[in-house]
Design a protein around this ligand. Structure first.
Ligand SMILES: [Zn+2]
Length: 240
């Protein structure tokens, strides 16, 4: 009796669901998953970009409070005393400064920055050295065209990329080792001195000169790419 029932069950099962049907169902699921994954990935990248921009705005708010309290003196970077150390009273903790990551970097690698130069490798956002100089102090009123000057942006973090480079990710420049990191689908987030923020692609124009010009807000002076390194060193850098 029992045997009879179980063989009947088997017969029903094979009639309901053949191997071919099973394979078809599996392949349809695979196709749907393949269609869905890029969309999910895009949504995740977009969420990360928005979170990054919010963190930049928080840092900018702390910056504005610092400038008000210190009678317009900027949290400049001389002597390894980088901006995030100065903003500590206004934005405590280290999470916000190290929040924007290249990929799935575990917390054990990036568990906040440490004080001092070496700690700056963990930082996600650099301050433009043309706005917050590394060799001198400066006042807010000395910044001309604040809506065109980059203040903070996504910076290259050597620890994030698994590199052993001693990159100082607390600063960004237009050339050299301390470049912005275009980690949001080919774009980096920037916040300007006046508080507006936007993502930007690596190539803003033709060559280094235009790249630099965007940092210091002199794009209106551009007539073409530089003919030599001397051209932008001698003409443009002292003029910001
Ligand atoms: Zn970012």
């Amino acid at each position: 009796m029992n045997m009879k029932r179980s063989s009947k069950k088997k017969a029903d099962a094979s009639r309901n669901f053949t191997l071919i049907e099973l394979l078809i169902v599996i392949s349809i699921i695979a196709i749907l998953a393949a269609l869905l994954f890029p969309a999910l990935n895009k949504a995740r990248l977009s969420a990360r970009k928005t979170a990054c921009m919010n963190d930049l705005r928080q840092i900018h708010t702390a910056f504005a409070m610092y400038v008000t309290d210190w009678k317009e003196w900027l949290p400049s970077n001389p002597g390894g005393d980088y901006y995030m150390f100065k903003l500590k009273p206004y934005l405590p903790g280290t999470k916000v400064y190290t929040s924007c990551r290249l990929s799935n970097v575990p917390d054990s690698v990036l568990n906040g920055y440490e004080d001092g130069y070496w700690g700056t490798r963990n930082i996600s956002f650099g301050a433009s050295i043309y706005t917050l100089p590394v060799s001198s102090y400066r006042k807010y009123m000395d910044i001309t065209q604040p809506s065109r000057k980059i203040l903070f942006g996504d910076s290259q973090t050597s620890k994030q990329s698994g590199s052993t480079l001693s990159n100082n990710a607390a600063i960004i420049t237009y050339a050299g080792y301390y470049l912005p990191d275009y980690r949001h689908g080919g774009e980096a987030n920037f916040i300007f001195v006046d508080g507006h923020s936007r993502p930007a692609k690596k190539i803003w124009g033709s060559g280094m000169l235009s790249y630099y010009a965007h940092f210091v807000g002199i794009t209106h002076l551009l007539s073409g790419p530089p003919t030599s390194a001397t051209y932008y060193d001698t003409f443009l850098i002292p003029n910001f």
